[in-house]
Design a protein around this ligand. Structure first.
Ligand SMILES: CC(C)(COP(=O)(O)OP(=O)(O)OC[C@H]1O[C@@H](n2cnc3c(N)ncnc32)[C@H](O)[C@@H]1OP(=O)(O)O)[C@@H](O)C(=O)NCCC(=O)NCCS
Length: 196
């Protein structure tokens, strides 16, 4: 997001009930995060290469933090102060509009479906639509990554289309699902949640 980059690149602290999102600290986070993410299944359906050592994990976290196209947070569990996830978003100008061109999340298996991911996403969506003034958030998932696309749909993302792409990690083409969440849909979803 050239030009607007400086203002929005720095990830602000986002505080929730279960989790707090803060900037990555690659040197301090690497050992704990590497131990959490040792299982190859956690990397199977992502386009990231699995780091095989703590030093590799530190390099990967540093590369994400240094990438001028990304805003990256660590997700910290409030109760234990443990790092339980990462969120990467890609804000970009699309003509006159700001959009989040991609969002990639990782959550420690020990807290899958316990509300940490859901709350982290809600904090990021509020940041994207209010602070970054984005009109929409786009994301994608390989069709066999059930957890990812089901979670996106549960959060309000609408499926735009599905198309076959080469999955470089697996070595065969497979269906990829593209999603969008518009600001309007998110505001309506929030209104409905508060009324319930
Ligand atoms: C994808 C990922 C971030 C999802 O996080 P999660 O904590 O497992 O899931 P969520 O809490 O967001 O799920 C929200 C809702 O989605 C639905 N859902 C998620 N996974 C589901 C599954 N396997 N089956 C049915 N419904 C599911 C449920 O409605 C769930 O709400 P509930 O738990 O209250 O029933 C996590 O599984 C992960 O880190 N996977 C490895 C990395 C990865 O593949 N990242 C995505 C790259 S595109």
């Amino acid at each position: 997001m050239r030009g607007m980059k400086t203002a929005l690149r720095k990830p602000p602290v986002l505080k929730g009930r279960l989790v707090t999102l803060r900037a990555l600290d690659p040197g301090a986070d690497a050992a704990e995060w590497h131990a959490e993410m040792r299982d190859p299944d956690l990397w199977r359906w992502t386009d990231d290469r699995q780091p095989l050592s703590v030093a590799d994990t530190r390099k990967q976290l540093q590369a994400w933090a240094d990438n001028p196209d990304l805003v990256v947070w660590a997700i910290v569990d409030n109760a234990s102060n443990r790092m339980v996830g990462t969120v990467r978003v890609q804000p970009r100008k699309d003509g006159d509009r700001v959009i989040i061109a991609d969002q990639t999340n990782q959550i420690a298996r020990s807290v899958w479906r316990k509300g940490h991911h859901k709350e982290a996403c809600q904090l990021v969506f509020d940041w994207a639509f209010k602070t970054a003034e984005a009109e929409e958030i786009r994301t994608k998932a390989w069709a066999p990554n059930d957890n990812a696309w089901r979670s996106m749909e549960a959060l309000g993302f609408k499926r735009l289309r599905e198309a076959h792409y080469m999955n470089e990690s697996v070595g065969v083409p497979m269906p990829m699902r593209m999603y969008v969440l518009t600001k309007k849909a998110w505001m309506e979803e929030k209104k409905a949640t508060y009324k319930r």
